[in-house]
Design a binder for this molecule. Structure first.
Ligand code: FAD
Length: 405
C-alpha cells in the first residue's frame, strides 16, 4: 500500500494514523479533518474542559508539529463522496484524494430533539469543542438548568451544572438513570448521589415542547403537563452514526457501517471503525454491535493499522468504559446486556461498589464505582473465558482482586 486516506480525525481516525506509523507503514497518510481545530479528545467536553480545569491544548491528541514529523497529512476538509471504482475520495472543496485503502472514521452526531422549540437559543447538545465553548460561559449564570436524557453525557453535564450552582432538573423517559448501560444497583447509587448534589430527577417523563421567549428557551414542557423552568437546556438522547458517505457509496449499513470481524466493510479496499462501525462483537454473541467509547475507537484503530501492515486478526478486545460524574468515577468492563443476576460487592453508603453482572452462571460485566482495583481485575478476568460463578462471588468475604491474582 502506498496511500491510505482516513476520513474523520476523532479518536478512531487519529489512532489509525498513529498506529500505522508505529507499525512501520511508510506510504502517505491523509487524515481528513472537518473540524476547525487540531484533532482533540471528546471526553473532557462534558467534564474537565467544561469546568475550566483543562484548556483546549490539553485536549489535543498531539501538537501540530507531530503530524508534520510523522508525515501525517492533516487535510482540513470534508469527505463528500467515495468513487469506489477509481478508489478516490472526493472532498467538499473539490479536491480528490486517491487511495489504496480508505478508512471511514466519521463518528456519530447527536440525535436531534424533535420537539417544537428545539431550535431556540440556550438549547444545546454536547458533541464538539464548539458546543462546549458555547456552553461554558453560560454555566456560571444559569440558575435553572434542564437536562433531557439521563444517559452518561446528560448526567456528566448535570453534575457539572449542579457544581456550578444551578438548580438542575433531569427529564428521562426511562425509570432510572443510565438504564441502557448499567444495573439497577448502580443506577440507584448514582441517582442518590445526584440527588445529594441537588439534581431533581423526573423519570418516565417525555419532553413535549421547549417554551421560548424572545428566541430563548424559558421552560421545558413535559408530555404529562409539567412545566420545568429553564434558562439553559442541554440534551443527550443518543447519537446517530455518520453513515452518509458509506451509504451513498453502496456499502453495507446496519445501525452503522457494517464491517466484518477484521473491520473491513463490504468493499475490501475500505475499512470502518469507532462510533460509526457496526461489528460482530464477541462479547455480544457476535451480533452486529456499535459501541461508543474511547477504548473501542483506540483498539479498533490499532487492529486496522496492524492488518494494513500485514498482521490481520479478528477484533476481540474487551469493551470497557468510564464516566466521571461529580467526584464519582464509574468504570465498566464488559457488556451487561442480558444480565439476569447481579452480585453487589463493597459499601454503597461509602459509594464504593462493584456490581458483578451475570447471565446464568456466566460473568458478563463488572461495574465499579470507587473501586479501581476491581475494575482492573475485571478487565483481566473478562479478557479470558470467565470461570467466576454467582455463588462464588456471593460467598462471604469474596474479594475480586484476590480471585484474579
Ligand atoms: P468522533 O470522535 O466523533 O470523530 C469523528 C470525526 O469525524 C469528527 O471530527 C467528525 O466531525 C468527523 N467527520 C464526520 N463526517 C466526516 C466526513 N464526511 N469527512 C471528514 N470528517 C468527518 N467515551 C468514553 O469511553 N469515556 C467517556 O468518558 C466519554 N465521554 C464523552 C463525552 C462526550 C461529550 C462525548 C461527545 C463523547 C464521549 N465519549 C466517551 C465517547 C467517545 O468520545 C467516542 O466514542 C469517540 O470519540 C469515538 O471516536 P470516533 O473517532 O469514532 O468518532
Amino acid at each position: 500500500l502506498n496511500s491510505i486516506v482516513i476520513a474523520g480525525a476523532g479518536h478512531a481516525g487519529v489512532q489509525v494514523a498513529l498506529s500505522l506509523r508505529q507499525d512501520g507503514y511508510t506510504g502517505s497518510i491523509s487524515l481528513v479533518n472537518d473540524e476547525p481545530w487540531l484533532p482533540y479528545q471528546r471526553p473532557p467536553l462534558s467534564k474537565a474542559y467544561l469546568l475550566g480545569k483543562i484548556d483546549a491544548t490539553a485536549m489535543q491528541f498531539r501538537p501540530a508539529q507531530f503530524y508534520t514529523d510523522q508525515r501525517i497529512d492533516l487535510v482540513a476538509d470534508r469527505g463528500a463522496a467515495i468513487d469506489r471504482q477509481n478508489r478516490r475520495l472526493l472532498l467538499a472543496s473539490g479536491t480528490v484524494l486517491d487511495y489504496d485503502h480508505l478508512v471511514l472514521a466519521t463518528g456519530a452526531h447527536n440525535r436531534p430533539l424533535n420537539v417544537p422549540g428545539a431550535g431556540l437559543a440556550n438549547v444545546y447538545g454536547v458533541k464538539t469543542r464548539a458546543d462546549a465553548e458555547a456552553l461554558a460561559p453560560l454555566l456560571g449564570n444559569a440558575k435553572r438548568v434542564v437536562v433531557i436524557g439521563a444517559g452518561f453525557i446528560g448526567l456528566e453535564f448535570a453534575a457539572v451544572a449542579a457544581a456550578a450552582g444551578a438548580a438542575v432538573d433531569v427529564l428521562e423517559l426511562g425509570d432510572r438513570p443510565m438504564a441502557r448501560a448499567v444495573s439497577p444497583a448502580m443506577s440507584e447509587l448514582f441517582r442518590a448521589a445526584h440527588a445529594a448534589w441537588g439534581v431533581t430527577f423526573h423519570f418516565r417523563g417525555a419532553v413535549a415542547e421547549i417554551e421560548g421567549d424572545n428566541g430563548k428557551a424559558v421552560a421545558v414542557l413535559t408530555a404529562d403537563g409539567r412545566r420545568l423552568p429553564a434558562d439553559l437546556v442541554v440534551y443527550g438522547i443518543g447519537v446517530i452514526p455518520n453513515v452518509g458517505l458509506a451509504l451513498e457509496a453502496g456499502l453495507g449499513i446496519d445501525n452503522g457501517i457494517r464491517v466484518d470481524a477484521g473491520l473491513l466493510t463490504s468493499d475490501p479496499h475500505i475499512s470502518a471503525l469507532g462510533d460509526v462501525a457496526c461489528f460482530p462483537c464477541l462479547q455480544n454473541g457476535e451480533r452486529p454491535t456499535r459501541l461508543e467509547s474511547v477504548q473501542n475507537a483506540v483498539d479498533q484503530g490499532k487492529l486496522i493499522a496492524a492488518r494494513l501492515t500485514g498482521k490481520p486478526a479478528p477484533y476481540t478486545a474487551l469493551p470497557w468504559f468510564w464516566t466521571d460524574q461529580g467526584h464519582l468515577k464509574l468504570q465498566i468492563a464488559g457488556l451487561s446486556g442480558g444480565a439476569d443476576n447481579h452480585v453487589v460487592l463493597g459499601d454503597p453508603a461509602a459509594q464504593q461498589v462493584s456490581v458483578l453482572c451475570f447471565r446464568g452462571e456466566q460473568l458478563l460485566a463488572v461495574e465499579s464505582c470507587g473501586r479501581v482495583g476491581d475494575h482492573m481485575a475485571a478487565r483481566k478476568i473478562l479478557a479470558r473465558p470467565p470461570a467466576l460463578t454467582p455463588s462464588m462471588a456471593a460467598a462471604p468475604g469474596f474479594d475480586l482482586k484476590a480471585w484474579e491474582a
